[in-house]
Design a protein around this ligand. Structure first.
Ligand code: ZN
Length: 205
């Protein structure tokens, strides 16, 4: 699949908001990564050096078949074509410094290889708010996501996005990360897994 735009939702799970010290509110936090950030399976993750900690954020990712502007929440899922799991890699120390300065997040979120993606599975209408997924580093459980805990459902995310962007074929959406984010180090092996989607692994170098 050719990725067009990568939309990412921040602060979408109550527990993760707590661990980063933010307060839950109605604000919808959105940022983007360029399509060139995608890392396919089988490629190693070369962690950026000298820029502080690189955190994993395991997320459900959905691919859209366009849909255009102003999509009603009730129709939103008819525009989902595929599902997978992905990593929203984040230079956490740098992000914290940028937040403090009120600066944009690109340097901490949109670097090369910041968007590893698993294999796409066709979406057959299963309940996207009833999925579970895990993130393990060297076999140890780091994150266990239940999409039922999302503050903004996938349908609502698509609805909100479509009020600003006419959604196009190949747009993908990282739907936010649950609690348990943490640093990756060279030599680590990171695995994302969901019974409904599959198991995907990368080596960090
Ligand atoms: Zn994220």
């Amino acid at each position: 699949m050719d990725v067009n735009r990568i939309f990412c939702i921040g602060r979408n799970y109550a527990e993760h908001i707590k661990e980063l010290g933010n307060t839950p509110d109605e604000a919808f936090v959105l940022f983007m990564k360029p399509a060139s950030c995608v890392v396919p399976l089988g490629e190693s993750l070369t962690l950026p050096r000298g820029k502080g900690s690189v955190h994993h954020e395991a997320e459900l990712v959905v691919a859209l078949t366009g849909g255009g502007a102003d999509i009603a929440e009730a129709d939103a899922l008819t525009h989902v074509s595929h599902l997978t799991l992905g990593l929203d890699l984040t230079l956490r120390d740098l992000q914290n410094a940028l937040k403090k300065n009120g600066s944009p997040w690109e340097l901490s979120k949109a670097f090369d290889q910041a968007a590893p993606l698993g294999e796409w599975k066709a979406y057959h209408g299963q309940d996207l708010q009833a999925l579970e997924f895990t993130c393990r580093v060297n076999g140890a459980l780091r994150q266990h996501g239940k999409t039922g805990d999302m503050l903004f459902s996938v349908a609502r995310q698509i609805h909100i996005l479509s009020q600003t962007w006419a959604l196009r074929d190949g747009d993908i959406l990282y739907t936010g990360t649950p609690s348990g984010v943490g640093p990756l180090l060279p030599g680590d092996r990171i695995a994302l897994e969901s019974a409904d989607i599959g198991r995907f692994e990368w080596n960090c170098v």
